[in-house]
Design a protein around this ligand. Structure first.
Ligand code: UT7
Length: 334
C-alpha cells in the first residue's frame, strides 16, 4: 500500500489484437455450448486468437510501439521495459528482452513480472516506484498474453472465456503538466487459494512428459464459482480501499477500468459500489478475458475513443490467479 508522489503519469498507451476472431458460434461447433449461455453467463460474444508463431512478444512490441508514438518517446529514450505476462514466447531469456530487441530500445533495463490477470497493475506500480527512486525517467509497461495454447479447447467451462492480445503504457516523470499523476495504489495476494486457478503442469516441479500433455496439465484449470466470489469481494474492497487511502470520493472518479473477466462480476461490483455505477468501461464482449492484457487494452481503447480524457481520474481494479488483486487511482496524463 502506498500514497503516491505526484508527477509520474501515463503519457501514452497502445494495444494490439490478433486478426483472427473466434465467435461464440465458432465455439458452438467445438464444445457443447451456446451463444445464449456464453453471452448471458459471461457477457462475451467474441475473442481474438493469435496465429501459430505469433507470440506475446510480437504482440507486446506492436502495442509498445503504439504507446511510444502516442507519448512522443523514441525507443532509445526508454529506460525500463517491464513485461507482465504468464505466457511469454519462451522462458529464457525473458520476453521483455525480446521486446527490447524488436523495438530497438537499446538503453532499456528489461525484466518480466508474473501476477496472472493482475499483473499490469503490479507492473505499473513497480515502474512507478523505480521512477520515483530517481534512477529511471521513462518506462514502457506492457501487459500481453497468448492464452490460447494453454486453453483446454474441450472444456466448455473455460474455453469460452479467454482471448489473446497486448496493451502497453508509457510511464514518465518530469513533465510539467502531470498534475497528481499516479495518485494511489493498493495490492494484495493470497497464495493459500492458488489451487482454484492454475496451470498445474507449466513449470519446473515436474519434467514435462507426453502424459502431462495428454492429461491437459498445461491447460488452465479453474474453479469458476469460487473464483467468481473472491473476484467480486477483492475487487470491490480494493476499489474502496484505494479511494479511502487517497481521501477521494466516488464522484471524483471519471471512469473505472476493471479486469474484464465476466460481465456479471463487473455488475456485482457496480452493485456494491453504488457511487461508481455507470462509470465502468467494458470491452469483454469483443475481446473476452485476456488476463494481464485486459486492463491495458481497455485503458488504451478508452483513451483513444475519448471515454478517458487528460486530467480524468481513472480507477483500475484487478483480480487474478494467486490470488492477486489490486486497485490504482490514476490522473490521466495525456
Ligand atoms: O481472470 C481471472 C479471474 N477469472 C474469473 O474471474 C472467472 C470467474 N468465474 C466465472 O466467470 C464463472 O464462474 C464462469 C463463467 C466460469 C462459469 O459461470 P457459472 O455461472 O459460475 O457457471 P457454473 O460453473 O456454475 O456452471 C453452471 C452450469 C453447469 O451445468 P450443471 O452442472 O448445472 O448442469 C455447467 O456445466 O453451466 C454449465 N456450463 C456451461 N453450459 C454451456 C459451464 N460452462 C458452460 C458453457 N456452455 N460454456
Amino acid at each position: 500500500m502506498s500514497a503516491n508522489r505526484p508527477g509520474i503519469a501515463i503519457t501514452g498507451t497502445g494495444s494490439y489484437l490478433p486478426k483472427r476472431v473466434m465467435t461464440n458460434a465458432d465455439l458452438e461447433k467445438m464444445v457443447d455450448t451456446s451463444d445464449e449461455w456464453i453471452l448471458s453467463r459471461t457477457g462475451i460474444r467474441e475473442r481474438h486468437i493469435a496465429e501459430e508463431g505469433e507470440g506475446v512478444c510480437a504482440m507486446g512490441a506492436a502495442a509498445g510501439r503504439q504507446a511510444l508514438a502516442q507519448a512522443g518517446v523514441a525507443p532509445e529514450e526508454v529506460d525500463l521495459i517491464v513485461l507482465g505476462s504468464f505466457t511469454p514466447d519462451i522462458y529464457l531469456p525473458s520476453g521483455s528482452c525480446l521486446i527490447q530487441d524488436m523495438i530497438g530500445a537499446k538503453r532499456a533495463v528489461c525484466f518480466d513480472m508474473a501476477a496472472a490477470c493482475s499483473v499490469f497493475l503490479y507492473a505499473l506500480e513497480t515502474a512507478r516506484c523505480m521512477i520515483a527512486s530517481g534512477a529511471y525517467k521513462t518506462a514502457l509497461v506492457i501487459g500481453a498474453e497468448k492464452l490460447s495454447p494453454f486453453v483446454d479447447w474441450d472444456d466448455r467451462r473455460t474455453c469460452v472465456l479467454f482471448g489473446d492480445g497486448a496493451g502497453a503504457a508509457v510511464v514518465q516523470s518530469g513533465k510539467e503538466t502531470m498534475g497528481r499523476g499516479m495518485i494511489a495504489n493498493v495490492m494484495g495476494s493470497d497464495g493459500s487459494l492458488a489451487h482454484l486457478l492454475t496451470v498445474p503442469g507449466m513449470g519446473s516441479r515436474h519434467r514435462l512428459t507426453a502424459e502431462h500433455i495428454l492429461n491437459k496439465d498445461v491447460c488452465i484449470k479453474m474453479a469458476g464459482n469460487e473464483v467468481f466470489k473472491h473476484a467480486v469481494r477483492c475487487m470491490s474492497d480494493a476499489a474502496q480501499k484505494v479511494l479511502d487511502m487517497a481521501g477521494m470520493s466516488m464522484e471524483e472518479v471519471a471512469v473505472v477500468v476493471p479486469h474484464q473477466a465476466n460481465m456479471r462480476i463487473i455488475q456485482a461490483i457496480e452493485n456494491r459500489l453504488e457511487g461508481l455505477k455507470g462509470k465502468f468501461y467494458v470491452n469483454l464482449e469483443r475481446v473476452g478475458n485476456m488476463s494481464g492484457a485486459s486492463v491495458p487494452v481497455a485503458l488504451d481503447e478508452a483513451a483513444r475513443t475519448g471515454v478517458v480524457k487528460k486530467g480524468d481520474v481513472v480507477l483500475t481494479v484487478v483480480f487474478g490467479a494467486g490470488f492477486t488483486w489490486g486497485a490504482s487511482l490514476l490522473e490521466w496524463g495525456y
